[in-house]
Design a protein around this ligand. Structure first.
Ligand SMILES: Cc1cc2nc3c(=O)[nH]c(=O)nc-3n(C[C@H](O)[C@H](O)[C@H](O)COP(=O)(O)OP(=O)(O)OC[C@H]3O[C@@H](n4cnc5c(N)ncnc54)[C@H](O)[C@@H]3O)c2cc1C
Length: 384
């Protein structure tokens, strides 16, 4: 019998509460993310529960719609380690989506299958140091030059999530025909992880690295899609990837809220529980308003993607509103918990730091607002 989405979400929620949350205080979760051993432990628990990448097609069940995926990912995100356990975390989840859409059959067999099974991790190499590609991808400095049978790629990348321990990379490099995506194994001498950065966030395995590509040879068979179409493929990856971040982090912000709400109902100050002080009660009320706004905007955009639209502007709107709303939620939770809020004795401190970073990756808020404003200008010009 096929499992209903309700049952799958319920099972995911029980798994995260029963198996993942107890590991949140594990010392193997460090500043550069959970260690390989901890990831392995989480993954095998998810495997035993048949919860590895559960949004993808299974025998007897099609892949979930984005709308149903939203429910599942919110349940998984209730712990920041939940998405890692279920193999639905960035960047792998976005890379799976990209490979599904753009890779040929041989590339899917070699890279997508082990990725979806949780047997391999991947990285997405786009952003560059030294005034290269960032908010503006047209500043791409990494170059791919023609070589017999393939290409040679040289350049530097940074902020690359999950580089340490990843099996393969999707690399964006400039060619004469325009930006192009290439696939490469990571264990190549010409790929050097210079260092892993110390960052605010710490939920993802491998942290975020600076990488140099020193004349890396990539065969023609490892060009992803067509030469010159890299920026278009980046858009294919970005809209759903932004939205799945919104889903996972809504779960985490809900968790922070639940902890703060319980604290506010139990902790006494000036003769009554904190929640009965209007300053605290209103913060909790605002949390619920922000959480519901996040959920509804995500579901709205998910429906647009399910209908087959690209959803660029809608996902920009959702990403800005959700990342900022969830950051407000986490910030209020820290405040409500007082001194406890800044300690790592609850998960709230980690959620707060994760949500600060979310306002920057997959497009900073200002870049999304700027692109929405450009669209408004174009629409008005078209009416003249
Ligand atoms: C935790 C984390 C993980 C990441 N993982 C990856 C990864 O795996 N792979 C990868 O390739 N990259 C990754 N990145 C990089 C991320 O995509 C970039 O940081 C992001 O695109 C912004 O680029 P930048 O850092 O170069 O900022 P810049 O381009 O230098 O922009 C700095 C600031 O300028 C402002 N700004 C820029 N353009 C405009 C505009 N048009 N209007 C108004 N203001 C503007 C914004 O406030 C922006 O925050 C990650 C980043 C973080 C923080």
């Amino acid at each position: 019998m096929t499992e209903s989405v309700d049952a799958l979400v319920e099972r995911t929620s029980a798994f995260v509460r029963g198996r993942v949350i107890p590991l949140e205080q594990d010392p193997r979760w460090g500043g550069h993310g959970p260690s390989p051993e901890l990831v392995e432990e989480l993954r095998s628990a998810a495997g035993a529960a048949d919860l590895v990448a559960p949004h993808l097609a299974r025998s007897g069940r099609a892949a979930l719609s984005m709308r149903d995926t939203a429910r599942l990912f919110r349940a998984a995100g209730y712990s920041p380690l939940g998405p890692v356990a279920l193999n639905i975390a960035a960047p792998d989840e976005g890379n799976m989506h990209l490979l599904e859409r753009v890779a040929n059959d041989a590339q899917k067999a070699e890279r997508l299958v082990p990725l979806a099974r949780g047997e391999a991790r991947s990285v997405f190499l786009m952003t560059e140091p030294d005034n290269g590609a960032g908010s503006d991808p047209s500043l791409l400095k990494t170059r791919a030059e023609r070589a017999p049978g393939g290409w040679r790629i040289s350049g530097r990348k940074w902020l690359i999530t999950g580089a340490t321990g990843a099996r393969f990379a999707i690399i964006m490099a400039a060619t004469e025909a325009g930006a192009t995506m290439f696939l490469s194994e990571m264990n190549r001498d010409e790929i050097v992880i210079e260092r892993v950065l110390d960052t605010l966030d710490s939920a993802l395995p491998g942290g975020h690295a600076v990488i140099s590509l020193n004349g890396l040879f990539v065969a023609d068979a490892d060009v992803l899609g067509e030469v010159g179409q890299g920026l278009r493929y980046a858009q294919i990856r970005l809209a759903p990837a932004r939205l799945t971040h919104c889903m996972r982090w809504t779960g985490a912000a809900q968790r922070a809220h639940d902890i703060a709400a319980r604290y506010a109902c139990e902790r006494m100050a000036f003769g009554k529980p904190l929640i009965d002080h209007e300053g605290v009660g209103f913060m909790l009320a605002d949390n619920l308003i922000d959480l519901k706004t996040a959920e509804l905007l995500t579901d709205w955009c998910a429906e647009i993607l399910d209908a087959g639209a690209r959803g660029s502007q809608e996902s920009s709107m959702a990403k800005v509103a959700v990342s900022e709303a969830l950051y407000r939620v986490a910030d209020r939770c820290v405040q409500i918990l007082g001194g406890l809020g800044v300690t790592r004795d609850t998960i709230v401190e980690r959620v707060f730091r994760e949500l600060r970073a979310f306002r920057i990756y997959d497009g900073p808020s200002e870049v999304h607002r700027w692109s929405i404003a450009n669209k408004i200008k174009r629409d008005i010009a078209a009416q003249r």
